[in-house]
Design a protein around this ligand. Structure first.
Ligand code: NAP
Length: 289
């Protein structure tokens, strides 16, 4: 029995779809959701629904009963995520789960000097907790989703170009669906006990190179400007973007600039048994005609 948390989110849904596509029986899949109304499509696929909020420990213990493998998809509440995921790990242990799999993040800098230290801390704390729990584990070090980049570029990107203080470093951004497929492959095969995998692209690409890809995809010049941080902060503030959102965007841009997401690790390609989608293939899907 495999339980997938975050099953109403993008990664969870996609992972479940790949499990089904690979012939894994829906009767052996359980979806943890906090809002049953969002689970109609999962139910229609024959997936059992269990209700659980990461904040509610007792609910989690009950939901995890009889589960062998538990995929913990990291929570989206960045402020409370550390405690929430601690609940999940402890509840998994109490309920007798055998193997926990966790979607963490790829990085080079584990310290407080990382521009995304605030976001990263709960991931690192959860990794440490899982490793200390005695549960069999698999940790996915997920690179930045290609799917997240349109948010960094803004809705007007094809008119204004890319304005982001991300310098010229390269990153191994990957497509979320490829990561979910690799996750499904790990869930349904053996030999992944106590392993860590980097779910990163085989291709490393700079934002300048992405601007060139966009230029070719849409058939018009898309420029990339990497402003100084203070100019970026001021520009977004003047445009009325909320402060915490600006902080998040600036932190990730700086992390890209520092090369946090560049890696030569090929686990994603190995787990997929093929090359992951390139940035150009992904942006052709998003911006192509
Ligand atoms: P998503 O679509 O926002 O899905 C997040 C899932 O977590 C949703 O199903 C949500 O439930 C569930 N969730 C949040 N808080 C919960 C709680 N307290 N109790 C139970 N369930 C809870 O995100 P995604 O695209 O699938 O990505 C998965 C995770 O990766 C994110 O949550 C985030 O931690 C991380 N992430 C990574 C990147 C990257 O570039 N690598 C980018 C963005 C996010 P509801 O449907 O009820 O809200």
């Amino acid at each position: 029995m495999i339980l997938v948390t975050g099953a109403t989110g993008n990664y969870g849904k996609s992972t479940i779809d790949f499990l089904l596509k690979k012939g894994y029986s829906s009767s052996n899949i359980v979806a943890l959701v906090r809002d049953e109304e969002k689970a109609a499509d999962l139910k229609s696929k024959g997936i059992a629904i269990r209700i659980g909020d990461y904040n509610n420990y007792e609910q989690l213990v009950a939901a995890f009963t009889g589960v062998e493998k538990l995929l913990l998809i990291s929570g989206s509440d960045v402020v409370n995520r550390g405690k929430q995921q601690e609940n999940v790990v402890n509840a998994a242990k109490q309920a007798g789960v055998k193997h926990i799999l966790y979607t963490s993040f790829e990085r080079k800098n584990d310290t407080e000097t990382s521009p995304i230290a605030l976001l990263g801390k709960s991931h690192i704390d959860t990794e440490n907790l899982i490793k200390a729990s005695g549960l069999t584990y698999t940790i996915f070090r997920n690179n930045l989703y290609l799917d997240a980049l349109p948010m960094f570029f803004g809705e007007q990107v094809l008119t204004t170009g890319i304005f982001l203080p991300a310098g010229d470093a390269k990153s191994a951004f990957a497509w979320r669906n490829d990561m979910a497929e690799a996750t499904a492959n790990v869930l349904t095969s053996q030999g992944h006990e106590n392993k860590e995998y980097s779910l990163s692209n085989t291709e490393n690409i700079s934002i300048q190179e992405i601007a060139q890809d966009l230029t070719e995809i849409v058939g018009k010049q898309i420029n990339y400007v990497s402003p100084p941080q203070d100019v970026y902060l001021e520009t977004l503030t003047k445009a009325g973007v909320p402060a915490e959102y600006i902080g998040m965007l600036a932190g990730f841009a700086e992390a890209i600039k520092q090369g946090e997401f560049s890696t030569e690790k090929t686990d994603l390609e190995t787990l997929l048994g093929r090359k992951p989608a390139t940035a150009k293939q992904y942006f052709s899907m998003v911006y192509g005609s």
